[in-house]
Design a protein around this ligand. Sequence first.
Ligand code: NAG
Ligand code: NAG
Ligand code: NAG
Ligand code: NAG
Ligand code: NAG
Ligand code: NAG
Ligand code: NAG
Ligand code: NAG
Ligand code: NAG
Ligand code: NAG
Ligand code: NAG
Ligand code: NAG
Length: 724
Amino acid sequence: MPTLCLLVLMLCSAYFISCCTDHERNCLHFLAGLSQDGHGGLAASWRHGTDCCSWEGITCSSTVGKAATITDILLASKKLEGSISPSLGSLPGLQRLNLSHNSLSGGLPADIMSSGSIVILDISFNLLNGDLQDSPSSSSASGRRIQVINVSSNSFSGRFPSSSWEKMENLLVLNASNNSFTGPMPSFLICIRSSSFAVLDISYNHFSGDVPPEIGNCSSLRLLKAGHNNLSGTVPDELFNATSLEHLSFPANDLHGVLDGAAIIKLRNLVVLDLGFNIFSGNIPDSIGRLKRLEEIHLNHNSMAGELAPALGSCTNLKALNLGSNYFSGELGKVNFSKLSGLKSLHVSYNSFTGTIPESIYTCSNLNALQLSFNKFHGQLSFRIANLKSLTYLSLAENSFTNISNTLQILKSSRNLTTLLIGGNFRDEEISDDKTVDGFENLKVLAMENCPLFGNIPIWISKLKNLEMLFLFNNYLSGSIPVWVSILNSLFYLDLANNSLSGEIPAELTEMPMLRSERVTSHLDIKILELPVYTGPSPKYFTVSDFPAVMILENNNLTGVIPTEIGQLKSLLSLILGSNNLHGEISETILDLTNLEILDLSNNHLTGTIPADLNNLNFLSELNVSNNDLQGPVPTGGHLDTFPRSSFDGNPRLCGHMLDQDCDDPVIVDVPQGSSRQGGYKAIFVIAFGAFFGVGVFTNLSITPKPDKNGFKSLRDIPQTRFH
Ligand SMILES: *[C@@H]1O[C@H](CO)[C@@H](O)[C@H](O)[C@H]1NC(C)=O
Ligand SMILES: *[C@@H]1O[C@H](CO)[C@@H](O)[C@H](O)[C@H]1NC(C)=O
Ligand SMILES: *[C@@H]1O[C@H](CO)[C@@H](O)[C@H](O)[C@H]1NC(C)=O
Ligand SMILES: *[C@@H]1O[C@H](CO)[C@@H](O)[C@H](O)[C@H]1NC(C)=O
Ligand SMILES: *[C@@H]1O[C@H](CO)[C@@H](O)[C@H](O)[C@H]1NC(C)=O
Ligand SMILES: *[C@@H]1O[C@H](CO)[C@@H](O)[C@H](O)[C@H]1NC(C)=O
Ligand SMILES: *[C@@H]1O[C@H](CO)[C@@H](O)[C@H](O)[C@H]1NC(C)=O
Ligand SMILES: *[C@@H]1O[C@H](CO)[C@@H](O)[C@H](O)[C@H]1NC(C)=O
Ligand SMILES: *[C@@H]1O[C@H](CO)[C@@H](O)[C@H](O)[C@H]1NC(C)=O
Ligand SMILES: *[C@@H]1O[C@H](CO)[C@@H](O)[C@H](O)[C@H]1NC(C)=O
Ligand SMILES: *[C@@H]1O[C@H](CO)[C@@H](O)[C@H](O)[C@H]1NC(C)=O
Ligand SMILES: *[C@@H]1O[C@H](CO)[C@@H](O)[C@H](O)[C@H]1NC(C)=O
């Protein structure tokens, strides 16, 4: 519509209103085509023949009497799709370009990176890919004014172009995190060009090789995040020349070496030090106590050893200390915690600490999460732990603590406690059915497994209205499964395996509200508890909300038949009833468990046939009905064919080609059951509470290693909780 345009232009000059030029409008034109908003929003605002300075998201400079020029294009979260046109790079006055949180694809045109006017460029959270190209070396204006580049959370790959940003003498912030960049870490020549370069985030990429020593020349660098890459070698001495650093973070790489005390004190402004998930060795240097601004130390999942530096007790601003999964030893009490009044999270699990819990910890009244599991602590819990009024997560598992009655009496009044993991202690003690234990009103996860404990399943558990997960396996608990389990409205994970429970499976168990619902809803605060779950040898991550609904009753002395109402537990993913004394037939109602992934009924006395429609359970990936008294054909067709012979073995009257037993053969002999019940106690879920995750007291504290990342190689040093 050339005439309309002309008209607008004439109006503009006549009334001295600032309008954008034809050239600029043409540059922008493509944007309207990216909008997926339909008729509303952008498309409505961006009409032909109107002044583009009035378009939504566009700002122009308004010098009266002059043609306006576009300065800002702010179109974050506008559902834009398609590719970015190079024409944006030729808008002469464009200073701010923000296209974040759209679905833009294709590459980033080199003309934009080399624009002579852009100051802030944010194209984060799109679907952009390809290499970032070096700008043509001829353009001397190239990126001269740019201060902020955010290309994070896209799919860029290839090497990071170094020559273009060496010209960027005003660069302050570069965020290239969460892409697939490869090659060496970007060169730090930039710090010679731009002496105020302050923020570099290249985490979650595939950068490899050494950390470049040139980093030491970045005298204004405040934040350096390079975690979750493939960096190797040691941290170069020169890095400690970058004395403005406040945040230094290299988690989940392949770095080694020791923390040099003389070097680290040079970083006197350090607030966050995160070197977790590497292979650092040696101990914590005493000089760390002189870093007075330190708020977070994460050295978890390394190979560090020795006794703790008492000087840690002088880091008076400390909020999080994470030393989990190393080889530290000696008394935790080497550190006097009484000056660390701001401490919120203390994580020293999976080490070799000895002695008792130091009394000084009980003065840290802001402590939110205390993780002491898998060490060699002993003694009784002090009543002073009640001072920790904010405590939500307490893990004492796999130590040598004693006196469970005392422990429960002390902790019951910790009102904010949501997770209590105390298994692997209290060896051979009796759990009293103590009616005076009440409290724990906010408990969501209770684990008292593997002690082993004697006694009945205590009735006070019935009062834990918020309980979502209960782990009592590997004890000597006796008596029957209490019918009150059905009134625990939130419970969806029940593991009572390997006890001496007897009697029938109560029909009430099939009334469990959470297991009957279509979907399990957890109210666990994801920041407080993240559970990595290992299904078989390879870890599989569940967010808390999709943590599986599970009922594990195997290896007990349960009798009677499987209640036919079992089919009501719609949300069950695993039903494990193996190694009991169950008899009767496999009820057809089991076919109603449409979400089932694992079904184990092995080592019982079940009779009758295998329901042919088991094939309809689409998600079933593990089946074990071996060592029963089943008969008739193994259902064929569908995915049942993929299960190994061992799923069906030990049922002499079952037939099918898989068992080399022709179903038409009239002589199916009645062999006495030869198999023994040695309790093939298979690893199904191995859970290590908080082993991988710092308990995220702070929002960005929890790290989620990529499945192929280094983090997992550290599995070797983790004696996992065998939650089976
Ligand atoms: C871009 O816009 C988004 C959404 O408004 C905002 O969160 C972000 O901070 C902006 N980027 C810059 C660099 O200002
Ligand atoms: C991109 O990074 C810049 C600089 O760190 C920041 O100001 C901006 O908010 C980020 N954009 C988004 C969408 O988070
Ligand atoms: C970089 O961007 C990511 C999102 O893509 C964000 O999570 C991160 O905090 C940013 N880094 C900095 C230093 O702002
Ligand atoms: C990484 O990018 C993906 C895709 O944009 C996004 O879903 C995810 O939240 C990002 N991760 C981080 C840590 O910002
Ligand atoms: C730091 O910069 C100086 C020049 O300003 C240079 O001589 C020196 O080699 C640089 N150091 C490193 C480690 O690059
Ligand atoms: C990581 O770097 C090492 C060499 O340091 C290399 O052998 C390995 O293939 C790299 N791994 C990935 C996933 O890039
Ligand atoms: C930087 O560090 C190196 C090695 O630690 C040292 O030799 C050098 O003098 C330092 N440079 C400056 C400018 O401080
Ligand atoms: C810890 O320090 C406090 C003073 O800050 C002191 O009163 C207390 O005795 C010390 N505790 C130990 C075990 O040294
Ligand atoms: C206990 O939890 C409640 C609710 O989450 C919170 O309001 C309260 O401040 C907490 N108490 C302490 C001492 O942290
Ligand atoms: C266990 O603790 C209780 C106090 O709760 C105490 O009365 C009892 O003596 C303790 N038992 C042992 C063996 O120390
Ligand atoms: C069953 O529990 C007991 C007691 O904790 C333990 O000794 C035994 O190893 C467990 N059995 C299996 C197969 O895990
Ligand atoms: C299992 O129960 C039967 C009777 O129901 C009893 O005779 C047997 O001793 C029990 N076995 C165990 C190991 O508790």
